[in-house]
Ligand binder design. Structure first.
Ligand SMILES: Nc1nc2c(ncn2[C@@H]2O[C@H](COP(=O)(O)OP(=O)(O)OP(=O)(O)O)[C@@H](O)[C@H]2O)c(=O)[nH]1
Ligand SMILES: [Mg+2]
Length: 327
């Protein structure tokens, strides 16, 4: 009677990851990155076992200094006795590129200690990020890493969504080139819990700070931040020299305390789950729709539309009725 033999291979890897084995953690991340049934199994195993790890999003324009700052934060967290993990999401590169490898080395150099750093590429499928990132964050939290930091470039809606569903979102802007205005346009103003003006060693840093203050004033006046109930602080940093990282982390910790004190942490996590479930339902339905269109009855409908006998809208309604009746 060997109960071990009844465990699936994924479950066995999970057991080792939960016991702190780094290679097993890496293996689980590769599985969730690839997607498919094994990734779903990882999600089954890690769900509900993520404890209280603080999920921190760091986002901003390409080259803003996110990785440099993250390296400084990680070094500070380790010095304070924490066990951080970093997931660097790169939406542009099809596979792990040289720049990210460079990031990894920089961060590892700085941090020492038990830090887990991993980059994740999207491999072209847009829905992939939305599912793989939350799954990867759960793996890291279930393996006992806390905080779990996710670095994303704040350019597209998916990236902003990912960044905005952390417990605490840090938005990094830099002096000059209207970066603060760009961040506003990209929708980053709404998701920011903490602002960092990085490269504060450069000219125009105080102008950038003022721009941010003005935009926050405006959103305050128009009531946009009424639901947030809190004005995000602005921290100046020179991540290259390590100046400001301690203050950034203090604000991140303060934000978390604020969430807890105001009963908002659960709400954030609930909206994160809602988003993930929604994406999953969409994916399931998409597959069902494709199957339906490929079936003979679907083909018949499509032929009728092509022949001008049926409108696309009427065909869609019929197909939806068929879909709902199918289960
Ligand atoms: N002068 C100055 N340069 C900085 C500072 N922080 C980062 N840099 C430099 O800015 C460049 C980009 O830094 P990264 O940390 O790679 O920026 P990133 O936002 O992670 O970039 P992507 O991940 O490619 O979007 C590097 O050459 C850094 O050395 C800073 O505070 N001051
Ligand atoms: Mg980076």
């Amino acid at each position: 009677m060997n109960t071990e033999s009844s465990r699936s291979p994924v479950d066995e890897v999970f057991g080792r990851a939960a016991a702190g084995e780094r290679r097993a953690v890496g293996r689980l991340l590769s599985i969730v990155e690839a997607g498919g049934p094994q990734a779903d199994e990882v999600t089954e195993l890690t769900h509900g076992r993520t404890g209280t790890a603080h999920i921190v999003g760091i986002t901003g324009a390409p080259g803003a200094g996110k990785s440099t700052l993250t390296g400084q934060l990680v070094a500070h967290i380790v010095a304070c006795g924490g066990r951080p993990a970093v997931l660097a999401v790169d939406p542009s590169s099809p596979l792990t590129g040289g720049a990210i490898l460079g990031d990894r080395i920089r961060m590892d150099d700085l941090a020492g200690g038990d830090v887990f750093i991993r980059s994740m590429a999207t491999r072209g499928h847009s829905g992939g990020l939305a599912l793989a990132v939350p799954a990867a964050l759960r793996v890291l939290a279930a393996a006992g890493y806390d905080p779990v930091i996710v670095e994303t470039v704040g350019v597209g809606q998916v990236e902003v969504d990912v960044a905005g569903t952390a417990d605490t979102t840090v938005v990094v802007v830099t002096p000059g080139t209207g970066d603060a205005v760009q961040a506003n346009k990209a929708g980053l103003l709404e998701v920011a819990d903490v602002f960092v003006v990085n490269k504060a060693d450069r000219p125009g840093a105080s102008d950038t700070r003022r721009d941010l203050e003005l935009m926050l004033d405006l959103s305050h006046l128009s009531g946009l931040d009424a639901a947030a109930g809190r004005r995000p602080p602005i921290v100046m940093s020179d991540a290259l020299q390590g100046a400001g990282a301690t203050e950034v982390w203090a604000e991140v910790v303060a934000h978390r305390a604020w969430l807890v004190a105001n009963d908002r942490l659960e709400g954030r996590r609930a909206s994160r789950s809602r988003h993930e479930v929604r994406v999953r339902v969409e994916q399931l339905l998409e597959a069902d729709v494709d199957a339906l269109l490929a079936a003979p009855s679907g083909q018949q409908l499509l032929d009728s539309v092509a022949a001008g006998e049926l409108s696309p809208a009427a065909a869609a309604h019929t197909l939806r009725s068929d879909l709902l009746a199918a289960d």
